[in-house]
Design a protein around this ligand. Sequence first.
Ligand SMILES: Nc1ncnc2c1ncn2[C@@H]1O[C@H](COP(=O)(O)OP(=O)(O)OP(=O)(O)O)[C@@H](O)[C@H]1O
Ligand SMILES: [Mg+2]
Length: 460
Amino acid sequence: FFPNHLKIAIKECLISSIQQFTFVQRFSDRFITFFSPYVEIKISQYDGFQYNHAFASIETYLGEKATDKAKHLRASQVRESKDLVLKRDDTRTRDEYQGVNVWWEIETDPEGFRTYKLTFHRRSRDIVTDSYMKYIFEEGKLIEAKNKKMKLYTNNPSSSWGPNKTALWRCIDFEHPASFDTLAMDSKKKEEILNDLSAFSNGKEYYKKIGKAWKRGYLLYGPPGTGKSTMIAAMANLLNYSIYDVELTAIKDNSELRKLLIGTASKSIIVIEDIDCSLDLTGQRNNKKESFLMSWKKDKEEDNDKDKGKEENKSFVTLSGLLNFIDGIWSACGQERIIVFTTNHLAKLDPALIRRGRMDMHIELSYCTFEAFKILAKNYLDLDTHPLYTKIESLLKETNISPADVAENLMKKKSEIDADGSLNDLINALERKNTQNATVAENNKKLGYMKRFNPFRKLF
Ligand SMILES: Nc1ncnc2c1ncn2[C@@H]1O[C@H](COP(=O)(O)OP(=O)(O)OP(=O)(O)O)[C@@H](O)[C@H]1O
Ligand SMILES: [Mg+2]
């Protein structure tokens, strides 16, 4: 419709007007900023990749102190607490300090990281930068120390991270009664662990001197119900550290694992439970077999769709990603961190994962010994000794029973503690287990014999 040269002229005209508009807008922004009587200070959640503690102090201060000034409050009741907890639910809050008005605003960037923006009048610049900021940080720290509660964090599925969505970690208050006193295990081993933990937590100068990042890895292994998870809780209670319980299967790849690591605070225990079953850490896909089996099914198309879905949700965290997580360069950001792995099958783990230096201490939690039983009996029945102890001691020597099973038998079933009844329950359980084990051993023996003397065994 238009001749070509006219089209080009219109296009150029449009481009130049857009450029002029951008220029004018940029100029007007600067003009407004230059003449604006207000000053802005921004404090972001992360300084580079390091968590910004000033941000945390501001958040605590605004959360606690400024609730009376906020218009929108969110009320919640924390377990074990009679009072309602009020929190700010505004993105913008006014605060007043020595007659000066300031405004706090929170912004979230597309990555999901937050920044506090503080706005105040130019004439109050000195008072704000010299004393108000200092006041906020100190108040924030005081409130934090007063309310210091251990937290239990777990990672949100990475598909839900992002702006206006969830953060990397979600947390609840950590209230677990476990302690090393009530943990039933060999007393020598317990003391060794306690010494190791206290040396670690007081080792700031030592780690600096030897040029090592201030972190330590523990590998807890043993059969189910022997106290691995309980020991982690006891460690957190002893050191007053928060726990980050990492769910590896909810993490898409190594870079997301790194993001999570950077998002953890100091003075914390990072836990990966059942490391042998969490992931196929070879990082290799093994879909051929799956699709072959699928082809036997009738409604092929539907299954293929399902398979695609599975593929999208699959985690590609690899062994090398996990090794980097433990002792790569990134693991040194932040301080005073403990990494704990737990497993039921030590032999299944890749030796690279658990070599000394990565997992500094290997702790075996084994079946209940007589010494461990005595601790449990003291906890549950308040007993130091009892005539049935000799029988229990000899039964425990020949029976593999987990402390969890022993504890189950000692637990109060009536309104008052009945030591005799509980101990007899335990003896019955031990004897039952003994006969079961004997039958299993007998059957295995028979099976072995049959295998050895089976004339057809070479055919298979
Ligand atoms: N060594 C122990 N001392 C005291 N209590 C124990 C001990 N082991 C187990 N228990 C009791 O048994 C319960 C289960 O133990 P826990 O969850 O710690 O076992 P686990 O080793 O983590 O098992 P899993 O391998 O199945 O995760 C705990 O609630 C605790 O009360
Ligand atoms: Mg456990």
